[in-house]
Design a binder for this molecule. Structure first.
Ligand SMILES: Cc1cc2nc3c(=O)[nH]c(=O)nc-3n(C[C@H](O)[C@H](O)[C@H](O)COP(=O)(O)O)c2cc1C
Length: 192
């Protein structure tokens, strides 16, 4: 059977990078051919959640490829059309809102634009504190955008962070399989 080619783009939700890398390992076990992408910020920023070079090394080891991290490196995804599906995991509020607004000024937003132009699926695993405030409008826009699917998500801490939502990364593989069939994995909203 043909090995499916998946782009896997990581944005700067630094507290969820480890969980996302766990989900990436699961995709590797499922036999996908993986093309790693990082936003410029994820590629270069050390935080209290870890050093950029350590995250880069883990991702490159799993995928067996160098990370694409500039607009010009990902641009060929459009004309060459080589990805069957693109995952953005984690997807920040920043990148979500750019996607919803048609802004293409980063490696990740450029990848999404390139993929959608080929009418191929994009799966977003959202993690942002403003999902139910500043980014809510953008979440609504992508829910209503052909070709974009979400990893089921829920409020991760309703008491202390009442507007925050986070994808259930354990459902990422299932969300990818559904999106490859043109379906949104349901239920979309989960209790975390
Ligand atoms: C330590 C740290 C943690 C962050 N966590 C998140 C997060 O979970 N979700 C989010 O939307 N933004 C988060 N941000 C902010 C993003 O990194 C910032 O908006 C950045 O511009 C995102 O760029 P990107 O979308 O191109 O990756 C965090 C920033 C820092 C420094």
């Amino acid at each position: 059977m043909k090995q499916l080619k998946l782009g896997y783009a990581l944005c700067g939700s630094f507290c969820t990078l480890a969980e996302s890398i766990g989900a990436l390992e699961e995709l590797k076990k499922e036999g996908y051919d993986l093309y790693p992408i990082m936003s410029e910020i994820t590629y270069a920023t050390d935080t209290r959640f870890g050093r950029a070079q350590d995250f880069r090394r883990q991702v490159e080891e799993i995928c067996g490829r160098e990370i694409l991290h500039t607009v010009d490196q990902v641009e060929p995804i459009g004309p060459k059309g080589y990805l069957d599906l693109l995952v953005v995991s984690p997807c920040t509020g920043n990148t979500l809102s750019k996607i919803a607004s048609g802004i293409t000024d980063s490696s990740v937003t450029m990848s999404v634009k390139a993929q959608l132009r080929n009418q191929k699926p994009v799966v977003l695993a959202l993690a942002t504190n403003d999902a139910l405030s500043g980014s809510a409008k953008s979440l609504g826009t992508v829910l209503n955008t052909r070709g974009i699917y979400l990893v089921p998500l829920g409020q991760d801490d309703p008491v202390h962070k009442p507007t925050s939502m986070m994808a259930d990364f354990s459902q990422l593989g299932a969300a990818v399989r559904a999106a490859l069939e043109g379906r949104q994995l349901q239920p979309l909203l989960v209790v975390r």
